[in-house]
Design a protein. Structure first.
Length: 338
């Protein structure tokens, strides 16, 4: 009896090992490739993606990147594809990989078709497939249509085989792929945009959500696909003295400020300065301690096109409760006069 129990335990252990021997991709780190991160700018980035599973992961490194609080992306981009020159398909960059032992290797993307076990589709996805079929079902009888709809329901309502095409790399257990968007063939197409944020004289934080393998192409564990990356952004309202840059006008002294144009309010030396947008009237509204001035979008655009003002202004300077307000295409200059 003891030997039977030992044998049973051995079989159970072996089956358990087989059952759990799967690939599993997770994001370990995300960094923007700049020491100083400014609002309204785009930057390259570096992502570390590790296979923490027990089997090799063949993957296109599909990923979604979006700002926390915004709508989740529905269609991922493929990081491996960005290392391939689509104009010369034989020209491609290698992806740096750190192995479980800590050594470094390079992986060249391989173009192929890959069949994997896809998770069950959602009810909405299945309904979309049905509607797509019905749009092409002209000339078929009701039995054929009903059978086809039933087959869609049965096939895609459970785990099923799916074939995908593209460029793949294979990450062994413990491998970490280091993706640097600056190494892509079109780096600017892979850059991440930093939002302007609400008006602030202080640095502020933007949180990005990164979701690796959102369609579960490489593994079926979706519980650890998302990674939250906080990013510290420089202020979007700056105080002088500052030299002129492509992002701001010259600020001669501490009484001058420049706002990159974010909507909302900021308090500067007891003055509550707000910028709002009236989309219906196509105006922007700037107020200081409750006193408002309106500026028409079309009028400012025509002033810029026709170069009405020699210094690059798009509207004449107005004093609102002790603040000279000057609007440029880059943003808004504020000078405290009292």
């Amino acid at each position: 009896m003891k030997k039977i129990m030992e044998f049973s335990l051995l079989i159970f252990f072996c089956l358990s090992t087989v059952a759990f021997a799967v690939p599993d991709l997770v994001i370990e780190d995300f960094k923007i490739n700049s020491d100083s991160i400014l609002p309204k700018e785009s930057y390259g980035y570096t992502i570390n993606i590790k296979n923490i599973g027990d089997e090799a992961a063949k993957t296109r490194l599909p990923i979604n990147i979006y700002e926390l609080g915004t709508e989740e992306q529905k269609f991922p981009m493929f990081l491996v594809h960005s290392y391939v020159d689509t104009r010369q398909r034989s020209k491609m960059n290698s992806i740096k990989v750190i192995t479980k032992e800590g050594s470094e290797k390079s992986l060249i993307p391989v173009e192929e078709d890959y069949t994997y076990t896809a998770p069950a589709s959602t009810a909405a996805e299945i309904e979309k497939m049905k509607q797509s079929y019905l749009a092409r079902a002209e000339g078929k009888n009701s039995d054929e249509i009903n059978n086809a709809l039933s087959e869609i329901e049965i096939t895609y309502g459970q785990r099923h085989e799916a074939t995908i095409s593209g460029y793949f790399v294979t990450l062994e257990p413990g491998d970490t792929a280091i993706f640097n968007s600056d190494s892509a063939f079109l780096p600017e197409a892979n850059e991440i945009f930093v939002p302007i944020g609400e008006p602030s004289l202080m640095s502020f934080e933007v949180k990005y959500i990164l979701e690796i393998d959102p369609k579960n192409e490489a593994d079926l564990n979706s519980n650890n696909n998302k990674f939250t990356a906080p990013v510290a952004v420089e202020p979007n309202v700056i105080q002088g003295p500052k030299p002129e840059t492509p992002k701001n006008k010259e600020l001669k002294d501490e009484s001058e400020y420049f706002s990159y144009g974010s909507v909302g309010c900021v308090k500067i030396q007891e003055k509550n300065i707000c910028l709002n947008v009236d989309e219906a009237e196509e105006n922007i509204i700037i107020s200081v301690n409750g006193q408002e001035e309106q500026y028409n979008f079309y009028g400012m655009f025509m002033s810029w096109v026709n170069k009405v003002f020699s210094d690059g202004k798009v509207a004449p300077t107005k004093n609102i409760r002790g603040v000279d307000v000057t609007i440029y295409k880059e943003g808004i200059k504020l000078k405290l006069t009292e």
